[in-house]
Design a protein around this ligand. Structure first.
Ligand code: UDP
Length: 184
């Protein structure tokens, strides 16, 4: 898809395209009415933790503790969905005045490990998040962090919300919607 957009932008001098490279979007709308409700067992860390905290899943499986990170667990750049939404608005505004195609990272530039996310979620929810250490997941990298200078330079955008905000809003959504969007 990115290639098609790049080709399109290269083929027409008036074209303007912005490719937003999402890092790890998490969190929920401040209203508590819109949140993440994956089908089946969540693949991603934060929805999984959240479903453990609310009692839908027994424990988190931590995929590897032998990475070269602060505590051996995988480190990612989590970005709040509200910040992500603002990045889209900034990108639309930017594309009104720019030409060509730009790929722009959307992250905070700050990393959190799996165990740091567990702690942050326990703090935000007041619930225990039991976990078991397991093997690495195939295909995972140790760390993935965004370089955020381009977003700030071109879009005038930067993330405002941190991991505590991500966990607080996720828990607000999950605790008021323990079964997600399913009807009770
Ligand atoms: N992870 C984990 N247990 C899970 C899901 C994810 O330990 O049940 C770890 C995963 O190995 C990675 C981090 O949490 O280090 C973020 O994983 P996620 O799938 O959310 O994002 P991605 O790996 O695609 O960046």
């Amino acid at each position: 898809m990115a290639l098609i957009i790049r080709d399109w932008a290269a083929s027409w001098k008036e074209a303007s395209a912005v490719l937003l490279r999402y890092f790890n979007p998490v969190g929920a709308d401040a209203s508590g009415r819109i949140g993440e409700d994956p089908n089946g067992i969540p693949n991603n860390l934060v929805p999984y933790i959240s479903q453990v905290a609310v009692g839908r899943l027994k424990h988190l499986n931590v995929f590897g503790t032998d990475y070269k990170t602060r505590d051996g667990t995988g480190e990612r750049d989590y970005i709040h969905v509200e910040d992500l939404a603002r990045a889209h608005l900034a990108a639309i505004q930017f594309s009104g005045t720019s030409k060509g195609c730009e790929a722009i990272n959307v992250g905070t530039g700050q990393g959190a490990t799996v165990l740091e996310m567990v702690k942050a979620f326990e703090h935000a929810s007041g619930r225990a998040v039991p976990y078991k250490i397991g093997p690495r997941r195939d295909g995972d990298v140790a760390r993935s962090l965004a370089a955020v200078d381009k977003a700030e330079r071109l879009l005038g955008w930067k993330a405002n919300l941190d991991v505590a905000d991500m966990c607080r809003t996720t828990w607000n959504w999950q605790s008021t919607n323990p079964n997600g969007y399913a009807q009770d």
